[in-house]
Design a protein around this ligand. Sequence first.
Ligand code: SF4
Ligand code: SF4
Ligand code: SF4
Ligand code: FES
Length: 619
Amino acid sequence: MAMVNIKIEGVPYQVEAGITILEAAKRCGYEIPTLCAFNNGECSRASCRVCLVEATGARGLVASCVYPVAEGMEIRISSPKAVAARRASVELILSNHNRNCQECDKNEKCELLHVARVTGAREGIYEGEQTPVTVDRLTPTITRDTSKCILCGRCVERCKAAHGIGILGFENRGFKTIVAPAENRSFINSPCIMCGQCINVCPTGALMEASEIDRVDAAMAAGKYVIVQTAPAVRAALGEEFGMKIGTPVTGKMVAALRRLGFQKVFDTNFAADLTIMEEANELLARVKTGGVLPMITSCSPGWINFAEYFYPDQLSHLSTCKSPHEMFGAILKSFYAEKIGVDPKDMFVVSIMPCSCKKFEKERPEMECNGLRDVDAVLTTRELGRMIKRAGIRFDRLPDEDYDNDIVHDYTGAGVIFGVTGGVMEAALRTAYFVLTGKEREGIVFKEVRGFEQIREAEFDLAGVRVKVAVTSGMKGAKILLDQIREGKSPYTFIEVMGCPGGCINGGGQPYVREAFLPNEDPDIMQTYKQKRANALYSEDERQVLRQSHNNPQIKALYDEFLGEPNSHKAHELLHTHYHPNRQRFDDEKRNRPFPFGTGDFYDVASSRQTMLSLWDK
Ligand code: SF4
Ligand code: SF4
Ligand code: SF4
Ligand code: FES
């Protein structure tokens, strides 16, 4: 590896040739403020000018995020000229920014506020023209507020990098420039799959999840029987909201916090992940035996379902008909469980804590209901749960470890836990498929071949004489490759797992923001390793479980014996399965204006943002 000699603030260093000044400075122990450059270098627009430094060989100041080091270069980060320039850049950005920080949900992890602090930016230095404001609150998933947008382009890059579909782009010129879906449409009226990856990289409050905390508050105040369920990936990341190291599993503290927040029952979505595996593994085997449509593709990830409906409407028969685990759980809670505990399901309110912002959209689908009741009533992201815990004054770090409610729907196996990471659904299904085919347990529970983070992983297994070739991917770039193969009749696979977010739910659009600037105690390579650390938290919980295959969950067996009959039975189909719509039309006024189930107001901010959007479209 070729090295070059440089000096930073007069101190000599050797660094790799060709890397940027920003990267070199980081390796030598300096932090240069940035806004448009993301920690893992996804952005190359160099538009914010917050990273300016002085460097010999260059004319004037240079943007360190794109300027490469060279032999003999002397770099000044703290020269008066560089310090003043960085401060002016931030002041200019702030001059066109809606600075209502105290009511902005991003304020704890706002990078603009952070760079304003470190550069010493002053208030009201520049005044002038402002960008016209568009507020899009029409989807149940994402809000977009151009008054908070600094045009860094990170969201544009992330959407392309994760999915290759480029929903967001720059519109207009000059002060009228905004970042939006094409023609400044609402997300709801675009092919956005609602994954929330753009929210994860936005440095400000311009892109946020649509909060449902008020909905949960209202349900509690209305005296509903409020049950909460938590997805596997939440426990692997919630601690980060309270300063814990990435990858710290916090299952017990999370349960304790939820109880203190007033939820009447606290359950684990893993119970329903085991149920999903029973349905999905049996669906797969039925397709194999009867010559059904193959490959079958998993259906737990709503972002992936949105992608398939929009871009591959002719291939929907490949999708498993299983609802995702939290929707299955909602349906079971409002039928089997409600009857068992003697609560009218109309009085139940089911809240899902999810790593995924798209689950907010999924729960609004018309199919996600049974007997006229929604399966799930509200979805909160891991970040929203963090906010609720802080609002309640709960010291998370001092909580005891508590267990989920010991009830007839609380058992779960290790197979359910690994649902939260790419390859996990496949591995859980394979663990059970072997048993269903042979009636025996396979030696060796782990299927290592399907673990990892490569874009597409494939493996072939002999399950008691049945050859099964499988593929796993996450992010829609990989899904596109696999779907194109299917469309061309060239797919060699029997079973495919697709998750919407790169890395799976551990990296979902509702997980805590990962930013080096806010993680002083993490390793310098945390942007490259955080997904593996969160995944390890789930794999270690799987290893700690006595039961690690879904079919061995005694409460799942009881559920079939007492209520569902057998996997894929008529009743199971009624409650646990769904169907898909080619080219789903999502711009649906009637649904969008649906009032709260108990009459406290409109879910969507129709009065303000809808008018704003519609008036813009009229022009
Ligand atoms: S995005 Fe940041 S600077 Fe802007 S209002 Fe929110 S917290 Fe304040
Ligand atoms: S939610 Fe996902 S698909 Fe939609 S714009 Fe953001 S990154 Fe792209
Ligand atoms: S919405 Fe956020 S990420 Fe996208 S350009 Fe604006 S500030 Fe940057
Ligand atoms: S971070 Fe370098 S120009 Fe924005």
